[in-house]
Design a protein around this ligand. Structure first.
Ligand code: IVH
Length: 696
């Protein structure tokens, strides 16, 4: 029960004392301050509990803020009186480098699943058999919250630790983040002798449906990636190393179980949950005691009907044997307790008709076919689009435009087409094919071999632009400081930057026009852009964001080519002669440079003054344009040394002989490569000749 606290006395006293302080310039006595602080803390805790746990506030937000401010001020004046359980202490810890691992004192198990009534019957029979009874066993039924499992530790009523489930045995120490969740009490309600000496509470951290939608809307506005469902959003928020980030997400908790408990014992699950409520821990509503299977099925049906109106996602119900003694007798098997079962809901499905199939281009350039359907309500949400993933998926399910299909929402925001109802086909349905040109920028569309996804080759494709710019500016690419998500969003949305080269043509007055852009930051940004012009070939290649060309490949390319023009003019075969460059990478590079717009961007980068030192050819590149093939055993070098030498001096290595091979170096017992060289007329040299070439 929430505590009933004295009303105005407290404010009155605080006010008088503060006035006194101001007037006479003396400090309040510590003893008085301590008492007022304690009273304020208790009052705030109670209102917090009423607001976040009971969802039944007694005072206005303004009054609550006022209390909080009073406490903050007093604590500022008497920092030695600040305790970790003070409501002012929810945020404030410095960001972590990583989360520490914590071992759960009792493993956090998972639940066995049932998907139909028959499986629930079997569960019940199993239990009766082990308990050697024919009588009905009492179950408690709870909604199964679709969130993230956590454990909270209360030491004599004070929250001392919070951890994630991890693999069930080892979790992560996320105490700082847990403390930011307002429905988690920092201190249990009740006097010291009324709360357990030690209480490990298990529960589910979740994000309400409305809060989830709001969060995704904000992220969309900021140009950030969207969360697929509330569970992912909750998990992502809990995994922030900086707890101030977590504090900004309106996370919530439902507590549903215990780990170790000392100084208190319970007979059954219902009693445990009732104590949770008394101590101020939030417990999920809609819990029922079921005396038999019929009551269980009735409860399941009720919850199926209500699941869309709860304000949070549930994906089934959890059945637990109510008696803790019986739970103990039943024990655990293969990481799930024998006494509990998750009875999952079926995914929410409906049928509708596909009107057309559109192609969306994602941030990475991937093309995703999307079914545009006649609107249909699934699980309380109107749905008119569903992802078809990729062409293979469409072909596998034989989805055609005009088909009647089954659509499903499995908790995720984006619904999917499950299957076609073939009996509804009339014969005028149309097959779908991927466009050959990107629907957004018109560049060529390319499907790498062995990949399911089609991709746009336009490096400046508006669909990819934000990501392309962020990558271009990143530390290990062109290293432009100050280009955050919001700024990139503004620059691209206002059309100031249509490709990465445009960054070098931004003017001060354009920046000054942007929201929240102080003159100083604009100057810093321009300076950073200017500084980035002085770069290296490796950084420039990497910055372009060509698929499969990461830092390592960029380095290899920069070592193999004198400048970017040489790389642009190279062929797939030439590229493949370079050690570590395979056909996939070679194809991706050549394809990318075959797009006119991409070349134009590179030209404009050069015109803007982007430059890098070209390799000094006189000494170090004596093997430039030469391709070597080795065959047979070498005596003066190992193969690796020989390769290293060739690359060091600007030459290339190939594993097979072709007309493009300059020399075949023949060691002892040469293989078929020497034969082939002879046949097609490639010059063969000895290892000594090779050494001379190097020393030339
Ligand atoms: S009791 C032995 N009760 O579901 C595990 N779990 O798949 C005892 N969950 O990781 C868990 N709602 O985090 C229990 N009312 C509820 C639950 C619940 C959601 C989660 C839990 C667990 C997962 C099991």
């Amino acid at each position: 029960m929430p505590l009933k606290l004295g009303e105005c006395f407290l404010f009155h006293k605080a006010k008088i004392i503060r006035q006194f302080n101001i007037k006479f310039g003396v400090f309040m006595e510590k003893r008085d301050a301590k008492q007022i602080i304690n009273e304020l803390k208790e009052k705030i805790n109670t209102h917090n509990y009423r607001y976040y746990v009971l969802d039944d506030p007694e005072i206005s937000d303004a009054k609550f803020d006022d209390l909080q401010r009073k406490l903050e001020r007093l604590e500022q004046e008497f920092p030695e009186l600040v305790t970790p359980d003070s409501p002012t202490q929810r945020v404030g810890a410095p960001p972590l480098e990583k989360f520490d691992a914590v071992r759960h004192s009792i493993p956090m198990l998972s639940l066995a699943n049932a998907i139909d009534e028959q499986e629930v019957r079997e569960f019940d029979q199993r239990i009766k058999k082990i308990l050697n009874t024919t009588k009905d066993v009492q179950y408690i039924a709870e909604p199964k919250v679709d969130g993230v499992a956590v454990e909270l530790v209360y030491d004599r009523g004070r929250l001392t630790a919070g951890s994630s489930r991890g693999d069930g045995v080892l979790g992560e120490d996320i105490t700082q983040n847990i403390r930011t969740i307002k429905s988690i009490p920092l201190r249990l309600i009740g006097k010291e002798n009324e709360v357990p000496e030690l209480l490990e509470v298990r529960g589910e951290v979740y994000l309400g449906t409305k809060d989830f939608q709001k969060l995704n809307m904000q992220r969309k506005e900021n140009g950030e990636s969207l969360f697929a469902n509330p569970r992912n959003a909750a998990a992502g928020s809990l995994r922030q190393l900086d707890s101030t980030m977590t504090a900004m997400r309106p996370l919530n908790i439902f507590c549903h179980g215990i780990g170790i408990v000392r100084g208190r014992s319970f007979d059954n699950q219902l009693e445990t949950l009732n104590h949770f409520v008394r101590w101020g821990l939030k417990v999920i509503p809609d819990i029922a005691i079921c005396k038999n299977l019929e009551e269980i099925f009735h409860y399941y049906k009720r919850m199926t009907e209500r699941r869309d109106d709860l304000g949070y996602e549930i994906d089934g119900i959890v059945l637990k044997v109510n008696s803790l003694k019986l739970q103990e007798r039943l024990g655990t098997i293969s990481r799930s307790p024998r006494w509990a079962l998750a009875f999952k809901f079926l995914p929410k499905q409906e049928t509708t008709k596909i009107k057309k199939i559109e192609v969306q281009v994602g941030r990475t350039g991937a093309l995703t076919p999307v079914a545009i359907m006649e609107p249909v309500r699934i699980g309380g949400v109107e749905v008119s689009r569903a992802t078809l993933h990729n062409l293979d998926e469409i072909e596998k399910k034989d989805i055609r435009i005009g088909d009647t299909v089954v659509v499903q929402r499995a908790g995720d925001v984006i619904p999917e087409v499950v299957k076609v109802i073939e009996t509804k086909r009339k014969g005028d349905e149309e097959k779908f094919s991927m466009p050959e040109l990107c629907p957004v920028c018109g560049a060529e569309v390319f499907r790498p071999k062995d990949e399911a996804v089609h991709r746009c080759l336009g490096l400046s494709c508006p669909a990819r632009l934000k990501e392309a710019i962020k990558h271009f500016a990143s530390k290990r690419a062109m290293a432009i400081d100050g280009l955050g998500d919001k700024l990139v969003a503004q620059l691209t949305e206002r059309g100031l930057v249509k490709n990465v080269a445009d960054l070098y043509y931004i003017r001060m007055e354009q920046l000054a026009d942007l929201e929240r852009m102080a003159e100083k930051s604009a100057l810093n940004l321009l300076e950073s852009i200017e500084k980035s012009k002085e770069t290296s070939l490796q950084r420039l290649i990497y910055a372009l964001g060509i698929r499969h060309v990461g830092e390592h490949i960029s380095k290899i390319l920069a070592n193999s080519f004198r400048n970017i023009e040489c790389l642009i003019n190279t062929s797939e075969d030439d590229l493949m002669r370079i050690h570590e460059i395979g056909p996939e990478v070679a194809k991706s590079i050549v394809k990318s440079f075959s797009q006119k717009d991409n070349i134009r961007v590179i030209e404009r980068l050069k015109e803007a003054g982007v430059r890098y030192p070209e390799k000094e050819y006189a000494k170090e590149n004596r093997l430039d344009h030469m391709t070597f093939v080795f065959t047979g055993k070498l005596n003066l070098f190992t193969r690796d040394e020989a390769k290293e030498k060739v690359e060091e001096f600007g030459g290339k290595i190939s594993s097979s002989v072709s007309s493009k091979t300059t020399y075949v170096v023949v060691g002892d017992d040469p293989g078929t490569k020497a034969e082939k060289a002879r046949r097609i007329g490639v010059q063969m040299i000895t290892e000594d000749d090779f050494k001379k070439l190097l020393e030339r």
